[in-house]
Design a protein around this ligand. Structure first.
Ligand code: MN
Length: 438
């Protein structure tokens, strides 16, 4: 893949003398960190460029892009090739998403999936490119780790990440994936919503019980942070939590690697930073997130404030959902958030609801929110097993047109607002079909 990256950078270099480079990246934590890495690398390379952060790509947007000058897509576009082939300009894609169509001749694709290489997130691919531009860009490696954690790719890391972790001088520790791991343990446990620990999250009494079972004492009136625990303490804490939550096997959600990276000269939990970046972006401040990633200390406080607002708006959205009328069937609940829930958080809201004990295993949750003249639809399945929600959305939008993205247990689509009633009607039809297990 490195050879391909070098070739792509050579072409970008040549084209950049004629026209500035247009860089387009995705608005999630992986996309923002990709953008931060790539734009800093271009800046150090003395390239003229512009940067745009987008929620997603559609035909209309791609049509509106200029027909001359190189375009670079980061952390997206692998699934939009059919719209790119009509562009008259050279396009470079640094991405890790599934490639669904034939690669057109004007597109240079850098994607680990194409090379049978180990999985790397968008920020990882952007980092490899930055490092090809100059070894000085090694100081951006911590951003590649934040992006990778944001895309939850931390389970099976291969050799590429060994190197990135080394470049970043990051500290990797096996243990509970509760964040921030830099915060005093009692608070981190009490406020842990992802993963949600039954009997512990939201219950200070439950927290103290678990800590006492694990024999973790207060020192000078304060609990240690997760990242400060000894291996022995970490093991007994995991055991104590496992014993408390015997009802369900949470080991997958609870146990993994912690990544500590240096930011603003302080060790920070990569999971917490990725959540903060994500929050800024979803609250319509991607530029704050970007500036924060690039080390602009004047934006540090602002980012922290937006992060608090974001958590607050999730709480209000959940409150709204619990109080509003829902369309309910035997195995499904449709929540129409309209203008009351932001389209950028509707997916997260649907995920939280589907993980809450209120809904039984296999229940399908579909949540809608307005986005200007469109509606963002997010579908989730409660528990681990149930019908394929991507299929369900695909069938429901078939008469209306549109595309569905996602996975069998978490999917989404964008529909026109004019189709609101028609869509809900179609959706109900699909949801009410009894699935007979063979
Ligand atoms: Mn990504």
């Amino acid at each position: 893949m490195l050879d391909k990256i070098k070739l792509a950078l050579n072409s970008i270099d040549k084209l950049s003398y004629v026209r500035p480079i247009k860089v387009i990246s995705h608005y999630d934590a992986d996309g923002i960190t990709s953008a931060a890495i790539f734009s800093r690398a271009l800046q150090r390379w003395n390239k003229k460029f512009s940067l745009q952060i987008v929620k997603g790509l559609d035909e209309e947007f791609i049509k509106s892009l200029p027909e001359e000058g190189p375009i670079v897509f980061l952390d997206l576009a692998s699934g939009s090739l059919q719209y790119l082939e009509n562009k008259k300009t050279e396009i470079f894609i640094f991405d890790h998403h599934e490639i669904t169509q034939k690669i057109p001749s004007n597109v240079t694709m850098i994607n680990p999936l194409l090379e049978n290489a180990e999985p790397i997130s968008g920020a990882g691919v952007a980092y490899l490119a930055a490092k090809c531009i100059s070894e000085h860009n090694k100081d951006l490696a911590h951003l590649a780790i934040i992006g990778m954690v944001g895309d939850m790719m931390d389970k099976n890391l291969g050799r590429a990440y060994d190197e990135i972790i080394k470049d970043a001088e990051a500290i990797v520790k096996r243990g509970l994936k509760i964040y921030p791991s830099t915060r005093s343990l009692d608070k981190a446990l009490e406020y842990s919503s992802n993963p949600y620990i039954p009997g512990v999250t939201g219950s200070y009494r439950g927290v103290l019980e678990v800590l006492s079972d694990a024999r973790i004492p207060k020192i000078n009136g304060k609990f240690k942070s997760l990242s400060e625990l000894t291996e022995e303490e970490m093991r007994s804490l995991i055991t104590a939590i496992m014993l408390k939550t015997t009802g369900e096997d949470l080991s997958d959600k609870l146990i993994g690697n912690l990544f500590l990276v240096k930011l603003f000269n302080k060790l920070e939990d990569a999971r917490e930073i990725s959540a903060l970046i994500n929050a800024c972006s979803r609250m319509d401040h991607p530029s704050v997130a970007l500036g924060f990633c690039l080390g602009d200390s004047s934006l540090k406080e602002e980012a922290a404030k937006i992060y608090i607002d974001y958590k607050q708006s999730l709480v209000s959205a959940l409150k709204y959902v619990s109080e509003t009328d829902k369309i309910s069937g035997k195995n499904y609940t449709i929540i129409n958030g309209r203008n009351n829930i932001k389209d950028t958080i509707i997916g997260t809201v649907a995920s939280i609801i589907s993980n809450s004990p209120t809904y039984s295993e296999g229940m399908i949750i579909v949540a809608l929110a307005y986005n200007e003249n469109k509606i963002k639809v997010s579908a989730r399945i409660a528990g681990r097993e149930g019908r394929n929600v991507r299929e369900i959305l695909t069938q429901a939008i078939a008469p209306l047109g549109g595309e569905v993205g996602g996975h069998p247990n978490a999917a989404g689509c964008l529909i026109s607002k004019d189709h609101e009633d028609k869509f809900i009607e179609e959706l109900k039809k699909v949801l009410e079909i009894e699935v007979v297990k063979v």
